[in-house]
Each structure stands twice: as structure tokens, then as C-alpha cells.
Write a protein that binds this ligand. Structure first.
Ligand code: PMP
Length: 401
């Protein structure tokens, strides 16, 4: 069965990579960009860059308008209640570090922060370090056999001392939606704050943060076909108001004396210094592009491609999948083959996949592994990309076995 992508030509880098004999299947790490984004960046830089929220002049007004338009597009994309709930950061990692610092004063020794066993280092280390600083307990929810956060265990572990739950929506290693509604309900019953790492989840389908009901939702623009150096922190108003300011400098201040200052509320109070203006404008253009696509067709395409990937992997002897991937990606190891050797031979054949611990070392250790190969898909991939991957995989395995 062929699975063509009707959107492939919208991403000029795919053809460029093909001319370099490269097949790009590392989309969970970062994605290629649509022409609409490239045009928006060129337009901004070619027509007059200016700083935002500061200048009286016309270029400054244009830049500020475009910047704030992007904020409303992000708010719409997530169905946030108002645009003041969207704070721009430098990525998921910086958003989560902002939260771990900004919430610190709300916790007391002995309080419990709950994460899960599958978290990316970005949603583990900021909480781990906070727990160490404040003498809190970091509780780790285990996974079931399918690689989902175990709800029975969660019901035991989310308890009266739980002050915060921070979990991933879609694992970057296991490719499975996590049972967020149940987990968030358990945390809310304990009046705990809830943080959702949407770095992978936001890329697949539309997500409504109000329906989800979390306090905070974070993601990175570059994984959602947008520019890099930019992330989004959504927060409910009350949750944002509970944050401590974290970086100090231009634009975040209300009033300053030499010995004292007061600070603006969100969003600007959490966007100290010159933000990544072009990237914010570019993300707005990317969201316009994505919003124009037939969402059902994109979902059907991604599902068909994922089936193709899974069938191909399962048809080959000795391949062990990690968990039970539902969409977007699959991570695997091959019996008797070191993943670094396999990755090397795939790279030599122009296949761009990821090998290693995927920034989730404790998870890989739970599988008894130091690393795995991950193939991750985007809307511009097609079955021909996967055929090239499977051919290269067969050749590599023939050499290694
Ligand atoms: N969380 C998850 C689930 C991720 O996949 C990633 C990126 N691999 C991150 C967080 C961190 O994102 P960034 O590097 O863009 O800050």
C-alpha cells in the first residue's frame, strides 16, 4: 500500500534533503519548516526588524502588532481562555525550568512532586533539582506493560502530600498518549497543581487546554513545524498569578528604583529582555498554515504511515519494540545488535533516525537498555521514506548478524 503525503511540497527542505540523499525520520527531535514560515521570516527581516513593546516608531508598531497577533494565534490553537495566558519562552525546557523556579516558594519540606517514569529529562531534572533544594519528595509513577502511566499505582501514589503533578502528554520514546484526564482528576482532587509537557503531544491533533483542565501546558515551536528558540507556556490565570518572577531585565518591570522594583503580571512579566521576535512571528505563520490543513486528513495520514512503520518493524525477525506505540514514532532494539552500530550503518545509507537514550535515561534503564533506535514521522513523510528506511535496515542487519 502506498501512503503519499499531499503536503510534502509545502516543505522545501524535504526535496533539498532528498538531493543530499537524506531521508529525514527524526521528527520527534525537530521538524522541517513549511514555505509559509520561511516567507514570514523573510518578510519580517526584509521589511524592517524592530523591537517589540518599546518603540513609538512605525517599524516597532508593526513588529509589536505581528508579535501580539501570533500570541492570539497560539491562544486560539490551544483554545486558551485569553491571550494573557500565553507566555513565550525559549522552549519546553525553559518553560519547565521557569515553572520549577517560579513555583518553588509554594512548597514546603516533605511536600510531594509527582512525575512519571517516562519523562523526558526536561520534565524530570527541573523537579528533581527543586526537590533537592527544598527537601521535597519526588514521587515517580510507574508504567504498565503497554508503557502507559499505571493508573492503579497513581491512585495510591497521588495523595494528601501531593502538591504538583507534571507529566508528558505523549512520550517521545514510547509514542503513546498518556491517560491525562484520569491523572489530572486525581491531582485536582488533592488540590495539586498540574503541568502537562505537550512537547510531543501538541504536534498531533488539536488540543484544548481548557477541556484538558491542566494548570500549565508547555510546548516547543520547533517540533510543531515552527522556528526554534521559542517555546510556549500556557497557564490558567490563577496558576500564573501564583508564579514568582524568574528573569529580570527589560520589559518585565512595572516600576524600578535603585533598591526596589515591581514587576508586570503575565505574560510580559515572564518575558524579560528582547524575545525571539522573528520566531514568534514565524510561529504565527506556521499555525496559520497548519490551521488551513484538513485536520482529519492529517490524522488519517499519520495513522496510515504509523501502521506502515509498525507492520514493517514487526515483520522483521529479532526486532523488539519499546512499549506499544500508538502514533508518531516507534523505538526499537534488535536482538544481538548494538544500537550504535545499527545507527551508524543507517546514517551511512542516508537515513536520519535517532539512536541513544532520547533524553530519558531512567526510562531506558527500566527497559534494561542504554539506548534504542527511534523512527519518528511527520505529516510530510510518505511510505517511500519508510521503504528507504526498511531497505537500509535490512542491509545493515545483514552486515551485523
Ligand atoms: N519533553 C519532551 C516529551 C520532548 O520530546 C522534548 C524534546 N525532545 C522536550 C521535552 C524538550 O524540548 P526542547 O528541547 O525543545 O526544550
Amino acid at each position: 500500500m502506498l501512503v503519499p503525503s499531499p503536503w510534502r511540497a509545502d516543505f522545501p527542505a524535504i526535496a533539498a534533503l532528498q538531493r543530499q540523499d537524506q531521508t529525514y525520520l527524526d521528527n520527534a527531535a525537530t521538524t522541517q519548516k513549511p514555505q509559509a514560515l520561511i516567507d514570514a521570516l523573510t518578510h519580517y527581516y526584509a521589511n524592517g526588524a524592530a523591537n517589540v513593546h518599546r518603540a513609538q516608531h512605525l517599524p516597532g508598531a508593526h513588529a509589536t502588532q505581528a508579535f501580539e497577533d501570533s500570541r492570539s494565534k497560539v491562544a486560539q490553537w490551544l483554545n486558551a481562555g485569553d491571550i494573557g495566558q500565553i507566555v513565550f519562552t525559549h522552549g519546553t525546557t525553559s518553560a519547565l525550568n521557569l515553572l520549577a523556579y517560579g513555583l518553588e516558594h509554594q512548597f514546603n519540606p516533605g511536600d510531594e512532586l509527582v512525575i512519571s517514569a517516562l519523562e523526558h529529562h526536561a520534565n524530570l531534572l527541573p523537579w528533581q533539582q527543586l526537590a533537592q533544594r527544598r527537601d521535597l519528595k519526588l514521587v515517580v509513577l510507574p508504567l504498565d506493560a503497554a508503557g502507559l502511566i499505571d493508573l492503579e499505582a497513581a491512585a495510591q501514589l497521588i495523595g494528601p502530600r501531593t502538591r504538583l503533578l507534571a507529566v508528558s502528554q505523549l512520550s517521545n520514546v514510547l509514542g503513546a498518549w498518556q491517560p491525562l484526564p484520569q491523572l489530572l482528576a486525581m491531582a485536582k482532587a488533592r488540590q495539586a497543581l498540574t503541568v502537562v509537557d505537550g512537547a510531543q503531544g501538541v504536534v498531533h491533533g488539536r488540543h484544548d487546554v481548557q477541556a484538558l483542565g491542566c494548570d500549565f501546558y508547555v510546548f516547543s515551536s520547533h517540533k510543531l513545524y515552527g522556528p526554534d528558540g521559542l517555546g510556549v507556556l500556557y497557564g490558567r490565570n490563577a496558576a500564573l498569578q501564583g508564579l514568582r518572577h524568574w528573569q529580570f531585565g527589560g520589559e518585565m518591570v512595572q516600576d524600578a528604583e535603585y533598591q526596589h522594583a515591581t514587576f508586570r503580571p503575565a505574560p510580559l512579566g515572564y518575558e524579560a529582555g528582547t524575545p525571539p521576535i522573528a520566531s514568534v512571528i514565524g510561529l504565527g505563520a506556521t499555525l496559520d498554515y497548519l490551521a488551513g490543513l484538513d485536520q482529519d486528513a492529517v490524522a488519517a495520514h499519520e495513522a496510515a504511515l504509523h501502521d506502515y512503520l509498525l507492520h514493517g518493524l514487526q515483520a522483521r525477525k529479532g526486532i523488539r519494540l519499546l512499549g506499544a506505540p500508538q502514533l508518531a514514532l516507534a523505538s526499537f532494539v534488535v536482538d544481538g545488535v548494538h544500537n550504535a552500530d545499527l545507527a551508524h550503518l543507517l546514517t551511512e545509507q542516508g537515513i536520519a533516525v535517532r539512536a541513544g537514550h532520547h533524553c530519558a535515561m531512567p526510562l531506558l534503564k527500566r527497559f534494561g537498555l542504554a539506548g534504542a533506535i527511534r523512527v519518528s514521522l511527520a505529516l510530510y513523510n510518505d511510505s517511500a521514506d519508510l521503504e528507504r528506511f526498511f531497505e537500509a535496515l535490512d542491509q545493515a542487519l545483514e552486515m551485523l548478524r
